[in-house]
Design a protein around this ligand. Structure first.
Ligand code: HEM
Length: 466
């Protein structure tokens, strides 16, 4: 594809290189972009975060990684350079303005093997019909009705916090957020039927998600064994379905959903894939957010105190009137600093012009909310934890520069559920306890599929002063 390449370094902003193909005759043959000379096999790992950080520092906010020429997914495939975007306008173009022209890309291929045609991995008209069909399940009234079950799950783990407050032993909040997060998402999916899973011989088979830290092939194989379990849960629910209103959990809402055009319900495979999508998309993301929020609050006792004052002030208000403004700002600032989905991909489906340059169909695109959220020219003191930079609605000065839930039509469907849950968990914890950290340093990053901490986050739990 590429003929002779001329590299002119340092001639533009950011010391960017210009790459010209001397035989360029069409859009497919010419790319004018800076970037390194060597290919790089990116993956969801620390080496890639390091590589992208260095690349953005050297080449600026739109650059390209040369192709290897192979069709291997990790290297992009198709012999085209992989574009790296760290520019809010260019990202807005891809995710929102021209969303139908950009598919999910290579980063979702492995997940696709697992989740089939589930919302998070599907594209085109299939995705569009599904999203329209399932959207009501994520609307405020539906997820608002799940508040009670979230509170129950939180209360069920209260004993653990109390034990740690009494013993003085640090609490592993990473593990705790993980276990509570699993209970919440399973309860949101299966409602009261969760008891059927808990009562199975050998315990709840979904516990493997929190009992295994590795995310290797062995895990994937064991995870896949959960599909028949979900199938059984659906069959049991169907066999009990009477004339009354269906339960308002995701299983009930998804079973009741109908395609707008055909009037069809989801078939068994569709239901299983969509319910497993909820688990995959909603569990570790929410758990990581909570763990990071606890860590940040422990490192910022003054904000923790302010938060406690807000929660206690609003506890006296009639139900539904609490605004939780500071709590929401704390969550947004946590998601800015530690976006669980720290990197994702897109693929150009058509020739287009992006950031003023021609981008050929087939080009893979990498973008990283983590890097975008820490751009020093867009965020004052980007490394600092300053919740007041947000409004409660999560709008910073430069809206397009904040994308923890992605943006545009493919924005996270569960964002309201995730934010509500985080508000409930933080409000519960901070109103009763004060957290302190044995180590003032920020935990080290483990940028895997989700952005977690390398070591468990262990914090001291004290009874909060009344
Ligand atoms: C803090 C927690 C969460 C974060 C940071 C997060 C982030 C994201 C991101 C970045 C995407 C889009 C990826 C892309 O554009 O390629 C996404 C999609 C999605 N998320 Fe979330 N998520 C969270 C929680 C949840 C929860 C709790 C649920 C379910 C209850 C959920 C369900 C989904 C679904 C179904 C999609 C696919 C939407 C579509 O493509 O139509 N997420 N999420």
């Amino acid at each position: 594809m590429f003929g002779r390449l001329f590299l002119l370094r340092g001639s533009t902003n950011h010391g960017r290189a210009l790459i010209f193909d001397s035989r360029a005759t069409s859009l497919h043959d010419s790319v004018i972009l800076g970037g390194p000379d060597e290919p790089f096999a990116f993956d969801a790992n620390a080496a890639t975060l390091e590589y992208l950080t260095a690349g953005c520092a050297e080449y600026g906010d739109v650059w390209a990684i040369p192709p290897t020429g192979g069709s291997d997914s990790a290297t992009g495939g198709g012999g085209l350079p992989i574009w790296v975007l760290n520019d809010p306008e260019a990202i807005h173009h891809v995710l929102t303005k021209r969303q139908p022209d950009y598919g999910k890309g290579v980063g979702f291929e492995r997940v696709k093997m697992l989740l089939g045609d589930g919302l998070i991995v599907s594209d085109g008209s299939h995705w569009k019909g599904r999203r329209r069909m399932l959207q009501p399940a994520f609307a405020r009234p539906s997820v608002g009705a799940m508040r009670g079950l979230v509170d129950e799950c939180i209360e069920n783990r209260a004993h653990l916090w109390e034990e740690h407050a009494a013993s003085g032993e640090p609490l592993d909040v990473s593990d705790e957020a993980n276990r509570l997060g699993l209970r919440i998402i399973l309860r949101a999916i299966f409602g009261e039927d969760l008891a059927l899973l808990d009562d199975r011989p050998g315990g709840n088979p979904f516990n493997l998600v929190v009992d295994t830290h590795e995310r290797d092939l062995m895990f994937a194989m064991r995870f896949r064994q959960l599909w028949p379990v979900v199938r059984e849960m659906i069959e049991q629910r169907r066999s009990r379905a009477g004339g009354g209103a269906p339960p308002r959990d995701f299983l009930g809402l998804y079973m009741a959903a109908r395609d707008r055009d055909s009037g069809d319900a989801l078939d068994m495979d569709g239901l299983v894939d969509e319910l497993m999508t909820l688990l995959v998309a909603g569990h570790e993301t929410t758990a990581a957010t909570l763990a990071w929020a606890w860590s940040l609050l422990a490192r910022h006792p003054e904000i923790q105190n302010e938060l406690r004052a807000e929660v206690r002030r609003e506890a006296a208000l009639p139900p539904g009137e609490a605004k939780s403004e500071l709590t929401l700002k704390v969550i947004h600032e946590t998601l800015r600093l530690y976006p669980p989905v720290w990197m994702f991909t897109r693929q150009a489906l058509k020739d287009d012009t992006l950031a003023g340059r021609p981008i050929p169909a087939g080009t893979q695109i990498l973008l990283s909310p983590f890097l975008l959220h820490r751009r020093a020219d867009l965020w004052e003191e980007p490394e600092a934890f300053r919740p007041e930079r947000f409004t409660a609605a999560g709008a910073p000065a430069h809206r397009a520069a904040y994308i923890p839930f992605s943006s545009g039509p493919r924005r996270c469907a569960g964002d309201v559920f995730a934010l509500n849950t985080a508000v409930q968990e933080i409000s519960w914890g901070v109103s009763r306890y004060h957290l302190t950290t044995p180590t003032p340093e920020a935990p080290r990053l483990d940028p895997g599929v989700n952005l977690r901490s390398l070591e468990p986050i262990r914090l001291f739990v004290h009874h909060a002063p009344s």
